[in-house]
Design a protein around this ligand. Structure first.
Ligand SMILES: Nc1ncnc2c1ncn2[C@@H]1O[C@H](COP(=O)(O)OP(=O)(O)O)[C@@H](O)[C@H]1O
Ligand SMILES: [Mg+2]
Length: 186
């Protein structure tokens, strides 16, 4: 085409170049979404906060002092992070416009996530557990944890996800800044 229609070819190449840039940007966003660098680098609280900011969510993150600047085994952080995203998605989808709170704590050997929304809630039983809840449950079970859902019609829904952690395997973020790759003791 360069020989027979050089002007049109130039236009096409410009178009292709723009499309390739867009595709790369989408791919980068996707990769960041699948496993955001901030989760690996800085841990749960900054990663959840970054997600809330990026998705323009009004949900409030309320971490307990027991998780502030503390790092856990990356598998536990990933399990809790992705459950949190799914619970937030459910709240946005099934409890539209209701205030949502995200709690995190690490007490008595359990790293715990709590995502609560104010309404409409649903009665336990009649709803169909979809792939979302099943995926959360499977992900937590894979690291020894459990998922519990408490919902009361008219009063809202709370999702509790928890995974066991050992104190020896948690480390403080201040240490991990000095040695980013080796401070996570397993
Ligand atoms: N925060 C919530 N508020 C009200 N209903 C919910 C909430 N989370 C889950 N549900 C109910 O549980 C069902 C299963 O959730 P899920 O497995 O994530 O599937 P999906 O979101 O694709 O419907 C939902 O269809 C909905 O009826
Ligand atoms: Mg869902």
């Amino acid at each position: 085409m360069l020989d027979t229609a050089p002007v049109r070819t130039g236009g096409l190449l410009d178009e292709i170049s723009t499309q390739v840039d867009d595709a790369l940007e989408t791919l980068r966003d996707l990769a960041r979404g699948i496993f955001p660098a901030i989760l690996a680098d800085r841990g749960l609280i900054p990663a959840v906060q970054a997600h809330l900011t990026k998705s323009a969510s009004s949900a409030r993150l309320q971490p307990d002092a027991s998780v502030v600047r503390v790092r856990f085994d990356p598998r536990l952080e990933a399990a809790i992070y992705f459950c949190c995203l799914e619970a937030l998605q459910n709240a946005a989808k099934h409890a539209t416009d209701a205030p949502v709170r995200v709690g995190l704590s690490a007490l008595d050997g359990w790293l715990t996530l709590q995502v609560s929304d104010d309404s409409p809630g649903f009665e336990a039983g009649p709803h169909q557990p979809g792939t979302g809840l099943q995926g959360m449950s499977d992900r937590l079970a894979a690291v020894g944890g459990t998922l519990e859902l408490v919902s009361v019609a008219g009063k809202g829904t709370t999702v509790y996800g928890r995974v066991p952690f050992s104190v020896a395997a948690a480390s403080h973020a201040a240490e991990s800044r000095a040695e980013p790759n080796s401070a996570l003791m397993r």
